[in-house]
Design a protein around this ligand. Sequence first.
Ligand SMILES: Nc1ncnc2c1ncn2[C@@H]1O[C@H](COP(=O)(O)OP(=O)(O)OP(=O)(O)O)[C@@H](O)[C@H]1O
Ligand SMILES: [Mg+2]
Length: 230
Amino acid sequence: MRPPIVELAGLSKTYGDVAALADADLMVRRGEMLAIVGPSGSGKTTMLNIMGTLARPTSGTVRIDGHLVDDLSDRGLSALRAGTIGFVFQSFHLASGVPALDAVADGMLYGGRPLRERRRLARQALRRVGLGHRLYNEPHQLSGGEKQRVAIARAVMGDPALLLADEPTGALDSRSGAVVMELLHELQRAGTTVVVITHDRDIAASLPREVRIKDGRIEHDSAVAERVGA
Ligand SMILES: Nc1ncnc2c1ncn2[C@@H]1O[C@H](COP(=O)(O)OP(=O)(O)OP(=O)(O)O)[C@@H](O)[C@H]1O
Ligand SMILES: [Mg+2]
């Protein structure tokens, strides 16, 4: 069995008197692909941000790729983020006026590689997502689906082991959404661990594992249900 890449144990996060997460446990193994689903406000983004080390829990432990996040220095944390984790957001997060090639190349800014090398890798990543013909287009010259593919190219530039996507198809029509999902499946086939938050029941059902969250608690995890034979 493959080693875990995400281990969340007894995770809670409170904002004032709001419990965004309440004692949630989750384990994801390398190479898995899963959907996190649940009503608005149930804690999905909070959980993904904690997994991505962008936020810290109020209590509980987070282990990413074997590292206890609490034990890492700022430097160690940055290295973990840069080398292991890629993010994709619903709203693409692309700066206006920046051509696709630079948006992707800048994603590796902290990897210490020279610009020429980053551009070469960016071109490769954009070809991988089918945008070899849109290298110099700025966001306003791209469709929503193309923008999301640029964002995915940027997220996978350093070949992260873990790709975290928060509603990656939420702003897309169903056809562009399907293209983006197919791309995420391709990445998983190539070995990337892919975690997708989605509101779309069809998308959730099409993934190998489904984790349902409600009121900050994990209500159902198809992987756990299988293990206990429920
Ligand atoms: N920075 C914050 N400050 C205060 N409350 C917050 C903050 N971030 C999230 N919350 C609250 O925590 C709860 C969980 O929010 P979260 O964003 O994780 O939900 P979600 O499941 O991603 O919802 P959606 O599907 O609408 O994106 C909500 O009640 C939200 O209002
Ligand atoms: Mg959210």
